[in-house]
Design a protein around this ligand. Structure first.
Ligand code: K2U
Ligand code: ZN
Length: 173
């Protein structure tokens, strides 16, 4: 297991549509483990493969927030949205690729997803609440979409300019 570097916006890899995973291999399992550890270390409740530079359709998430509750690490390979509610909910979202920037995003309150697990079997489940928000946020990453793409152009540009400044300062060391 090794912690992966999380790519920061703006970066062309965060805007690309990722390729389907062709086979569930031991290497993919190792990548999923690295992604889960990187997510917990950040800390975060989700992480998509393009955020660590792997342009493939998989993400991990664990939205169990209570510290005394059993974690529920999930690995979703080639996920698809099979249903979403008409009702929406609004959540102040962040992103590990856009640190310390938050904004309200409105999404369907519930979503059903189908995916292939590390067991190679197809799974399908309905997500609600924070799990639904996170799953949709991660699914967007696989299609090169960021939560700032739901904002107006002024706010999006403001956040992008802040990230460009952060990256220049990081580059100076
Ligand atoms: O994809 C990512 O960057 C991981 C996000 C997922 C996420 C963003 C907004 C709303 C739900 C999930 C990170 O986990 S951001 C950190 C975080 C932690 C707790 C609650 C919300 C966001
Ligand atoms: Zn994100």
């Amino acid at each position: 297991m090794s912690l992966r570097n999380i790519i920061l916006h703006p970066d062309p890899r965060l805007k690309k549509v990722c390729a389907p995973v062709l086979s569930v291999s031991a290497e993919l399992g190792a990548l999923a483990e690295d992604m889960l550890q990187t997510m917990y270390d950040a800390p975060g409740i989700g992480l998509a493969a393009p955020q660590v530079g792997v342009m493939q359709r998989l993400f991990v998430m664990d939205c169990v927030k209570e510290t005394d509750a059993t974690p529920r690490p999930m690995v979703l390979i080639n996920p698809e949205v099979t249903w979403h509610s008409d009702e929406t909910s609004t959540y102040e979202e962040g992103c590990l690729s856009i640190p310390d920037q938050f904004a309200d995003v409105t999404r369907p309150r519930s979503v059903r997803m189908a995916w292939t697990g590390l067991d190679g079997k197809r799974h399908e489940e309905e997500f609600d609440g924070l799990w639904a928000t996170c799953a949709q946020h991660e699914f967007d990453h696989l299609n090169g979409k960021l939560f700032i793409d739901y904002l107006g152009p002024i706010k999006r540009q403001l956040i992008t300019r802040r990230m460009e400044k952060l990256k220049r300062e990081k580059a100076r060391g």
